[in-house]
Each structure stands twice: as C-alpha cells, then as structure tokens.
Design a protein around this ligand. Sequence first.
Ligand code: ATP
Ligand code: MG
Length: 333
Amino acid sequence: MKDKLLEVKNLSTYFYTTEGVVYALDDVSFSLNKGETLGIVGESGSGKSVTALSIMRLVQSPPGKIVSGEIILDNESILNKSKEEMQNIRGDKVAMIFQEPMTALNPVLTIGYQIMESLRIHQKLNKKEAREKAIDMLRKVGIANPEKRIDDYPHQLSGGMRQRAMIAIALCCNPSLLICDEPTTALDVTIQAQILELINKLKKDLNTSVIMITHDLGVVAQVSDNVMVMYAGKEMEYSSAKDLFMKPLHPYTQALLESIPTVNKNEERLTVIEGMVPSLSNRPEGCLFHPRCHKCMDICKIKRPELVKTKEGREVRCFLYSNEGREEENNGK
Ligand SMILES: Nc1ncnc2c1ncn2[C@@H]1O[C@H](COP(=O)(O)OP(=O)(O)OP(=O)(O)O)[C@@H](O)[C@H]1O
Ligand SMILES: [Mg+2]
C-alpha cells in the first residue's frame, strides 16, 4: 500500500451570489499518494481553481463557503483548523503556484525578501541563513546569477522568471504537497517545457506530491500519475494517466482528447465540443454534460449519474457504465 498524503472526501464549495447559489464544487472526492502527481483537467469554469483554493482554505468568503466534506492532509483533518493553524500549514506543508504570478507576488517587495520571509517564519532561519538558502533556491529553479537577481522586484523579471521565482517561494520550505494551478499557461512552449521539467525534478528530489491543474492535456500526459477530469464542479472520470489516454471512458474525456490538435490529423478543422459549460447557478437536470453529449440517452436527461467503479479500478460518472444505464439502452433498442 502506498502512503496517502491527501484525501478529499465529498467536498462541496458553493458561492452565494445575488444571482443565486453557484455550485462550484459538488461532492468531489479524490486522493493523492506521497510522491505522486494528480492532474486535474477540465474546461474553464469546471471548478479546478476552486478545488485548489478549498484545499488551501483560501476560498474567498463571503461569497464562498466550503459547505460539506472533509480534507485530510497527512492524517490530519484541516477543515476545522483555525486561521493561525492554516497559516502554518500553508507554506510549510502545502504550497501553491497560482494561475497569475503577478497577483501572487507582492510588487513592492523584492523576490529575495519574499522567499526569505517564508524561510524565517516557517524554518526559523536567521537573516544570513535565509539569504543563502534563498539564493540556493533561485539557483535550483534555474535563475541565472541568483546573487544579483535576489534583490530584483517582480516587475524586473520576465514572465518565465517570475514563474520560477514563485516556484522557489513555494518550494523553499519543502512542502509535502505542491499545488500548481495552470503554472505554464502564460509562458511560451520552450519555457513551459523547462518549468514542467523543473517541477518533475523537484518532485523526484524532494518526494513532493503534486496537484497539476491545467486545461492542457499535453501537460497532464507529461507529468501525471493519475488524472481527474472535472466538468461543471463534478468529477467525471478518475484513472491512471496511462489508461485515460489509452482508453478514455467518459464521453466528455473522449471529446476533450479529440479536440487536441495534432500535426498528423488530416481533418481540416479541429473537433470541438459544441455548447458551453452550463451556468453553475442554473444547472441542467440529469447528467450535467448531457446537453453536449453525443451518447446521451433518455435517462441522462432526468437523472444525475453516480460515480461507477469499473473492474479495473477506474471511476466514471456516466450511465453508459452503470447497470441502470445499460438497461435503459437495451430497452430503447
Ligand atoms: N468569488 C467567486 N464568486 C462567485 N463565483 C465564483 C467565484 N470564484 C469562482 N466562482 C465560480 O466557480 C466556478 C468554478 O470556477 P474555477 O475558478 O474553479 O474554474 P476553473 O476550472 O479554475 O476555470 P479556469 O480554467 O478558467 O481557471 C465558476 O463557475 C466560477 O464562476
Ligand atoms: Mg482556474
């Protein structure tokens, strides 16, 4: 048995807005082993960032609220921790690389100060030790001339360097869990590859577990052991990355994979998933994906599918794989 680091059970996070309740995360469960990477994929608005923010306990409240569920990190439930306790856990045990580096970095403080602050709080290093370690971290994340760069402000760095600086801040206290929310979306492809390689290397060197959030399936294929596919705040499929790419089960996953551009495809146009992610405050009846699904059956329009566990240990939320759904299909024939 591998060691579990994180267990999320039946987590629901809602936003109470003037337009109604936004069901951003609805009954999501997954787990992550030590030293492994979980990829979370799904279209924009599917609840990926809210999943990350819920684990960090950084959901903006109000209007957001974690309404139910459990988050267990290293055998400890973190949902009822106080603000102070959470501050210690963040940085020390869990660190996050945010979708937009400029919002996460403080523009009026040098990069070095921001890394050293974390080291001094969490690892109780003195000023000199913290500076040395900060330079070392910057070197580790591939920033050239770190002795000089450490005194730069965020705006003096390029986008790729800022992203590296954020990784340095996130990793300086050796967290057991690193959450990366679209860490490479804003970067060009070569820098993206370098950053992913860097995260992979650090993960191996430090046995860090990683949650890699992205809508780029190419990124997921490169780094993940397991993958969770999300749609409209729900987990649609969970399986090993290998199985997912070899044989996607959910029609949504299949559609996502078909929409990846490849050089060899002869088609003139890319396959697109028609329609849009539904409004999460006004969700359709039945399966949330049914209005866009090519394999939609009658039952899908009226009933929400449960997660089905397959013989191979995969999970899929789709009537095509449940007895109930199969009966429906046979009756219809
Ligand atoms: N502060 C908020 N107030 C109201 N609704 C919110 C808030 N934050 C997130 N949401 C809603 O929660 C849902 C999930 O958002 P989330 O940011 O997790 O999507 P995402 O999968 O990360 O998308 P993207 O790929 O665009 O980053 C969306 O419908 C979003 O509108
Ligand atoms: Mg997001």
